[in-house]
Design a protein around this ligand. Sequence first.
Ligand code: ADP
Length: 267
Amino acid sequence: MIEFDDVYYTYPDGTSALRGVTYTVRKGEKIALVGPNGSGKSTFLLHTNGILLPTSGTVSIGGRAVDQKNAREIRTKVGIVFQDADDQVFSPTVFEDTIFGPMNLGLDKDEVVQRAQKALELVGLAGYERRSAHHLSGGEKKKVALAGVLAMRPEVIVLDEPTANLDPHSADSLMQLLDELHQAGTTILIATHEVDVVCEWADRVCVLYRGSVVKDCTPAEAFSDAELMAYTNLRPPIVYRVFEGITNPTPTSIGQARDKLKKLKPK
Ligand code: ADP
């Protein structure tokens, strides 16, 4: 679905942000990109739909190398939700913001309206159509940004720090929505610092460090690799830290941890 082949990216000020990234996202995967601040996660994500183009190497979507000419078309296949919704939500009302993308696809008006309504329903914002997008809470704005992406019906949804600044309930409901979209066939790639979210949610983890992929594995493999955690400055999820050295293998989710605790007999 998405293929990075030896991608290097250097910002105009000379900062080298990606250094030889080779990585494949297959159709139907749920992948979490993790790594310390400045490791290149956002830069990586901005390459998945042509917002940034590699300084060298290639990024291909569905087998086609992304370039300046097809970047617009690629954006219909891969939709990005930015970390800061203020970078994405700019129309006066929620409805206008949600129809912006599909309107630009040249679809007929009924189709655009139907898509926007469906997308707002999915994110739980039906009834917000006439509200001013600028007066919404951070979490609501993030949902508007996601609705705008969903209305494009992309095959892949990419989200930068989707749960940042959300209260726990909003974060859980967003991750549940991503699960539902995934079950409906959407490929999902997120960048996050929330390791607890990663171990509950992702099928695969891509660990970035100083602009390179240093590990591509399951969450369990990544978080039980003490050496990797130490040199990448990552902290394993709470279930790992609680059970480390007590049970082998360490539970990889809160559900598994509960099952283990239930089996312990009180003295
Ligand atoms: P992450 O998302 O993992 O925190 P980024 O992709 O944002 O990492 O940044 C990777 C590197 O690129 C960092 O050194 C960062 O300072 C630098 N960087 C990010 N954006 C820019 C920019 N617009 N101009 C110059 N350097 C940038």
